[in-house]
Design a protein. Structure first.
Length: 54
């Protein structure tokens, strides 16, 4: 019985760590996508503004 409980706690900890890593990776992915989207959105605007000025 005691070994069973320890194994369950171990697997729960592993699952928690895995879930944490996945969550962090998802947030990094979303952050990079958002940054890339903002970067792509602002660059053409700057180029068109430069084109309008000249």
């Amino acid at each position: 019985m005691g070994a069973n409980i320890k194994a369950a706690e171990m697997s729960r900890k592993i699952l928690a760590v895995f879930a944490g890593i996945v969550t962090v990776l998802v947030f990094i992915e979303l952050g990079l996508r958002l940054a890339g989207f903002i970067h792509l959105k602002t660059l053409p605007e700057k180029e068109t503004k430069k084109g309008e000025k000249t």
